[in-house]
Design a protein around this ligand. Sequence first.
Ligand code: 3PY
Ligand code: MG
Length: 498
Amino acid sequence: MENPVLTKLRAGGSVGAMWTTLGAPVIAELMVEEGADAIIFDLQHGLWTRPALESAIGMVRDKATPLVRTQDDSYFAIGSALDSGALGIIVPVVESAEQAARIVSAAKYPPQGRRSSGGIRSVIDAKAMVPKTNDAIFIAAMIETTEGVENAAAIAAVPGIDMLFIGPFDLSLSMGTFPDFGPKHEAAMQSVLKAARAAGKSCGLFTLGETMALDRHRQGFQLAVLAYDQDLVQTPSKARIRRYADASGKDLIDGSVALVTGCSRGIGPETVRALLKAGAKKVYVGARKLDLMKALIGEAPDKLHPIEIDVTNSEQIAAAARAAKDVTLLVNNAGVNFNTPLLAIESTENARREMEVNYFGTLAMCRAFQPILKANGGGAIVNMLSILSHVNLPLMGSLCASKAALYSLTQALRAELKAQGTHVMGVLPGAVETDMTAGVNVPKIQPDYVAAAIVDGLRRHADEIYPGDMAAGVFYGLSGDPKAVEREFANYLPAARL
Ligand code: 3PY
Ligand code: MG
């Protein structure tokens, strides 16, 4: 009888565990689908009934080693957890060596202990299995009070205790630092780790995810909880509800005076049309070359005012700000994409130019129009980002870097402009049918679709919008497994030129 968790710990390895409190076997099955080292069933605070636990262990034991955080330190709680087929126990609130010795005794059959033989799974082949069981059972004592910390060395020294497992939340309550942890709490955790290692035992802990777990692993912690089911359901649910929720506020378009940059082609002209239709009373139509906008201006000459703006030209920006003092809605749509990679190209000129236009150009516009928006009651800024702000497509690596920078800029502006009541919205579409994507062979949405989404997003006071299936699908993937999306996008490489 082998316990893979014990084998791994004894070899100095690290154990990544899933934690389940919700009491549903199907959740446990889904949690270990990719093969976790261990799954911990929480019977202290969780909803697990004995039959549910028994069936869940049957479902998961080929994929992950089942462990139980017992209901308490009693003889019967420990016996019933092990009878269900768990290969180990994690016993809460252990505070003394005597208590630890009682726990070990409850978990081992005679002659080492007093465990009673029975249950269903554990007597299927009792004669063969009972003699092999004691050595295969993993026993962890939870240290989660100041008294437990003080006695950690003595607890770790008890024969049969394999691990000290820290409960950081109860520890913070016990130490009076809750809801924060802080340096005192950290020092206590480190002293428990030291005590465990000095006794030749391992140390584990509850963490809030794999990055924290990896950091703890580097410090010497050998078992870490990577996720727990309540959080896996609750956190994304909360985030989605919040993101979908409509914010209330005044209509940012009706009666507005807009300025839209990048209007010679693509999304710009469609945005101008959509804003007019939605009630904008006047739109400054910006582009580097005025003659390219003649036809567009002709559609509503009384409301559309051409304005020459190259967003990398500070004099033109200053002139625009002098000429358009009534702006309440600034749409930073101008941008450039050379569709070039970062390395497989002769120079960094394209990368620099993309940063200059997309990032510094937008920043310059925002700086110039911030006082105007303030004077006009707040208004709004719309920045044209891309789903590639969140994940890099190496085929156009430098464009993505500039859009990532612009995403970050948008977040900062939202914070800085809150006090003056300026709403800041980022637009993150996937591929749009424009000149910029002419050579890109993927499904594309039309510019007027993006323009309609901008109007809708402004009406809802959205922070960010993701128009179209591609953007929404990639965003969905990123909210679940960003590394998987990154790997998928990494397949789109430029033809080797190196
Ligand atoms: C605690 O932090 O107190 C725990 O029990 C973690 O599960
Ligand atoms: Mg606890």
